[in-house]
Design a protein around this ligand. Structure first.
Ligand SMILES: [Zn+2]
Length: 233
């Protein structure tokens, strides 16, 4: 009898945990999903139209919590934004940063088998140069579509973890990506740093802290190249 009781309680506990797990996903109403899908579509098409991108792309929201990322299919130009990364977005600029990066991969897809195969955003197989290129071009796309490109630094600093090495990953180190984005904005769109609306944002403050050494090296480089005495945050 004891054994049966233990089994009964064990079953009850298992079923309870399933009930909780199930109710977690029920919390998301179809109305909310529709609203998010609409939001993603609006930002995606705004970026395409404002940049005169003539290639067809579709934008899909995937409610999977576990994937903190977005991706681009190199065979269908489908751009998927996962719930895991969407949860981190605090404004349209951050969402536009992620989508502009994926759209940039989408623009490159179909172009030759090597480029096409690898243009999706994947941790292990995206050659570094395509990631840097996608980030920089995303900054241009954002500015042209009316978004603040500094948000690219915010979202990258929030969700992209830092691997210990990058010599065996084809994917670049996040700190290098962050610096490249910073340098690109600094050089091409300095007004966004001179009048930086994210200056007091905790994720931006953290970027300033973790990139201090690299930023100083970059400032030195800028100083020796020009007479301009600029120090943008
Ligand atoms: Zn990518």
């Amino acid at each position: 009898m004891k054994k049966i009781l233990v089994l009964f309680f064990a079953l009850l506990i298992t079923s309870l945990s399933t009930v909780f797990a199930a109710s977690e996903s029920i919390l998301v109403s179809s109305k909310e999903l529709e609203a998010i899908q609409k939001h993603i579509g609006e930002i995606g098409y705004n970026i395409l139209n404002s940049n005169g991108i003539e290639k067809r792309m579709v934008f899909i929201f995937d409610n999977s919590n576990k994937i903190i990322n977005a991706g681009t299919s190199s065979v269908s130009r489908t751009i998927v934004v996962y719930r895991g990364i969407y949860n981190f977005m605090e404004d349209d600029n951050e969402l536009a940063a992620v989508m502009a990066h994926e759209i940039s991969h989408g623009v490159d897809s179909y172009d030759g088998i090597f480029k096409g195969l690898f243009s999706g955003c994947r941790y292990f197989f995206t050659p570094r140069k395509y990631e840097y290129k996608a980030d920089k071009r995303a900054v241009d796309y954002m500015v042209n579509a009316g978004y603040n490109p500094v948000a690219m630094i915010i979202i990258l600093n929030k969700v992209a973890s830092q691997y210990r090495y990058d010599w065996w990953f084809t994917y670049p180190l996040t700190s290098r990506r962050l610096m490249q984005v910073y340098e690109y904005i600094y050089t091409k769109y300095p007004e966004y740093l001179a009048n930086n609306k994210y200056k007091n944002n905790i994720y931006y403050q953290n970027f300033l802290l973790t990139s201090r050494e690299n930023r100083e090296k970059f400032q030195e480089k800028v100083k020796t190249k020009s007479t301009k005495k600029v120090h943008y945050l």
